[in-house]
Design a protein around this ligand. Structure first.
Ligand code: NAD
Length: 259
């Protein structure tokens, strides 16, 4: 019998109510973690946590806006009270929009950077002191293959995901002496609401299925990724197996991105 690899661990997953975050939660809960789904959409977070508990897993939903220190403080206090100090933080909450370069407005830029980059900074700043005090911790940031390769009409998104990799590397050096690892997972393409939400999904601005095919055709391993693929990669970084790996940015893209 294999041992649950995250037994007795508390894992905070931002944006845990949907898509990749929900996939990470499923894998972590399978491995015995108490998963905290921190999401702007608290109803969805609580719904998912309830169904996980009904399946015998350990899960809690909390309201969390990664762009607001006040919201993060409030969520963190709730997590400490109900579940304990997080051992693992997965900075997954993120957004995307499609814009021609000349059409990227101040608001487009600021919103993207606030959620995708500042959100990682603020959430990590709240969680890190508890990890330092304990002398251990695992941080996994969700970047993207768009964090390693620029893509047309996605300059603001790509800039935000490149920034996540820079932050990951810098923080990895800074906290290594505290036995805290900081790594990034770079997904390729996962069909989530980020793509196909009726109002906000990026396929609305990418010619729908034609746009989807342009991203998935030619993936060397022959299929788009699943949210659980990302969960397995996050599990690796969160588990003892990766205890000597930090500052890495691992592609999970079926070979679409290899550097
Ligand atoms: N889906 C893909 O193909 C893909 C590829 C590469 C990277 N990513 C990255 O993966 C992460 C998850 O994407 P997804 O596809 O699962 O998206 P999704 O839209 O399905 O889920 C994102 C979740 O984040 C939450 N969220 C949004 N803003 C928030 C905020 N301010 N505070 C807290 N929660 C917030 C949303 O409510 C939602 O539950 C993002 O960082 C995204 O950039 C996705």
């Amino acid at each position: 019998m294999t041992t649950a690899r995250l037994k007795d661990k508390v894992a905070l997953i931002t944006g845990g109510a949907s898509g990749i975050g929900a996939g990470v939660a499923a894998v972590f809960a399978r491995e015995g973690a108490h998963v905290v789904l921190g999401d702007l959409d608290v109803e969805a977070a609580e719904r998912l946590a309830t169904s996980m508990r009904e399946a015998g897993q350990l899960a809690t939903g909390v309201r969390l806006d990664v762009t607001s220190r006040a919201s993060i403080d409030e969520a963190y206090a709730t997590i400490e009270r109900l579940v304990g100090v997080p051992d693992v933080l997965v900075n997954n909450a993120g957004i995307s929009t499609v814009r021609d370069f000349l059409d990227i407005s101040d608001q487009d830029w600021d919103t993207m950077m606030n959620v995708n980059v500042k959100g990682v900074l603020l959430t990590t700043q709240r969680v890190l002191p508890g990890m330092i005090e304990r002398g251990s911790g695992r941080i996994v940031n969700i970047s993207s293959m768009a964090g390693k390769q620029g893509l047309p009409r996605l300059a603001h998104y790509c800039a935000s995901k490149f920034a996540v990799i820079g932050l990951t590397q810098s923080l990895a050096f800074e906290v290594a002496a505290h036995n805290i690892t900081v790594n990034a997972v770079c997904p390729g393409v996962v069909r989530t609401p980020l793509w196909d939400d009726a109002s906000k999904g990026i396929l609305n601005d990418l010619e729908g299925e034609k746009g989807w095919r342009s991203f998935v055709d030619g993936i060397p391993l022959g299929r788009p990724q699943s949210a659980e693929d990302m969960g397995e990669a996050c599990l690796f970084f969160a588990s003892d197996a990766a205890s000597n790996i930090t500052g890495e940015s691992m592609n999970v893209s079926g070979g679409q991105q290899v550097h």
